[in-house]
Design a protein around this ligand. Structure first.
Ligand SMILES: O=P(O)(O)O[C@@H]1C[C@H](O)[C@@H](CO)O1
Length: 418
């Protein structure tokens, strides 16, 4: 008689088994596994609509909330479903964040593309989680690009939340981007400050680059200040200048990579938002005036920003095209997805570029842009930027206090200037 061996997990021993018993065991095991998979499938289907995080559950400490929510459509011959590589820690919080979309055919799961955007309830739950960490209710949000990240350290009575501790949040991977959210007082005004942003070239879809903006919106932020570092195409602009963004050209957006691609939730905004007046005119006027008042008259001007998907800096030929054909004034690798999402949900936007380098127009030039130069240029301007942003915050805050209640029609008139 031949024997197989079976592991006994109770006492960690190995027991001999006759061959026929072994095969019966294998068949029973196989059938049990099929049955479990079947029940699991049925259960998943039945509970699909419940898999969104219920923000009314105890989202303040993020317990009792299923972060594994996802919304998927079903195609005819294969099923698209949501799987999660998130891990649940012992206190019920989820760390890690990538959710893939997989096609299921039989037992085979094949990744078919990018994860889908988080839905309203999931983002609301993130906002509630963050609100539970602070007593401040901020109407002003600041996204610190390269050069502005020190600003967060100046907030008084601040709470710092690292991105990796925020469910579903991406993490910053770029030098000069700290990767934390700071909430506190800037000149006695409650502000929430993103010390570090996300860029498409880090591998994030544009909706994810702009995810923080929707979170800020659901935290109650009404006005957003956004900064970035950018290369200037203008011969009369200098490194260290501030360019107030008055309009943009989005290379990723024109190529179909808008952060709003996907199903639209009207609670955020309309399906086809206009970007007319995206960069608030009043805020731009304030900025020019404040620039003058703090002695930056010759270093501050308005211009059009172009978003390059990066991470490759533009070639001299591309720089010439951006300037001569598209009339761009400065080029960078961020900001636009944030602006688009902010405007979609009705936030007021003020954005500016710190000119960190001059774009190289000559194909045979010895010069070439590099990130070290960008970081150094930003660092050299940080004290001016601090004063500039503090003044903008005070001005914007005053304006917000004079706005009537949100449900008043004149609020929207004031907001849109119409
Ligand atoms: O996050 P921002 O736009 O300030 O960063 C700029 C653009 C690239 O990320 C990087 C290039 O040096 O700096």
């Amino acid at each position: 008689m031949s024997y197989r061996y079976r592991h006994n997990p109770n006492n960690n021993t190995v027991l001999p088994m006759t061959e026929d018993k072994f095969f019966i065991g294998v068949i029973v095991g196989f059938l049990a596994k099929c049955g479990a998979d079947f029940i699991d499938r049925i259960w998943t289907k039945m509970t699909k609509s419940d898999r969104f995080c219920d923000s009314s559950s105890d989202s303040s400490n993020n317990k009792g909330c299923n972060w594994n929510g996802c919304e998927r459509s079903h195609s005819t011959d294969s099923e698209t479903s949501c799987s999660s590589s998130e891990s649940l820690s012992s206190n019920g919080e989820v760390h890690g964040n990538d959710r893939e979309i997989v096609a299921i055919q039989g037992d085979k799961k094949t990744p078919v593309g990018e994860e889908s955007p988080l839905n309203y309830d999931e983002i609301k739950a993130i906002a509630d989680f963050l609100l539970s960490k602070t007593m401040y209710r901020c109407q002003i949000g600041i996204i610190c690009g390269s050069g502005l990240s020190e600003l967060g350290n100046l907030l008084e009575n601040r709470t710092t939340i690292h991105y990796e501790d925020i469910p579903h949040f991406p993490v910053s991977t770029v030098v000069g981007h700290k990767g934390q959210m700071v909430i506190g007082l800037l000149k006695n005004v409650p502000v929430v400050c993103m010390q570090g942003r996300f860029h498409p070239y880090e591998g994030y879809p544009t909706w994810k680059c702009a995810l923080p903006v929707r979170v800020l919106h659901l935290m109650g932020v009404k006005s957003l200040i956004i900064s970035n570092a950018a290369g200037s195409l203008m011969s009369d602009h200098r490194v260290g200048d501030i360019m107030i963004i008055k309009d943009h050209i989005s290379m990723p957006g024109l190529a179909g990579r808008s952060p709003l691609v996907g199903s639209n939730d009207n609670r955020f905004g309309t399906r086809f938002p206009s970007m007319q007046g995206a960069y608030n005119k009043k805020y731009r006027e304030y900025a020019l005036k404040i620039g003058e008042e703090i002695g930056l008259k010759d270093n501050i001007h308005e211009g059009v920003y172009c978003m390059n998907g990066g991470p490759v800096y533009e070639t001299p030929a591309e720089c010439r095209m951006l300037l001569n054909t598209l009339n761009i004034n400065a080029v960078g690798m961020s900001t636009v997805p944030e602006v688009v999402v902010a405007r979609h949900c009705g936030m007021l936007v003020f954005a500016f570029s710190l000119i960190s380098n001059k774009c190289v127009m000559d194909t045979d030039s010895e010069n070439s842009p590099n990130h070290a130069e960008v970081v150094a240029a930003c660092a050299s301007r940080k004290s001016d930027l601090k004063v500039f942003v503090e003044r903008m915050v005070l001005q914007i805050y005053n304006d917000l206090q004079s706005l009537p209640l949100e449900n008043d029609k004149s609020y929207w008139k004031l907001l849109l200037g119409k």
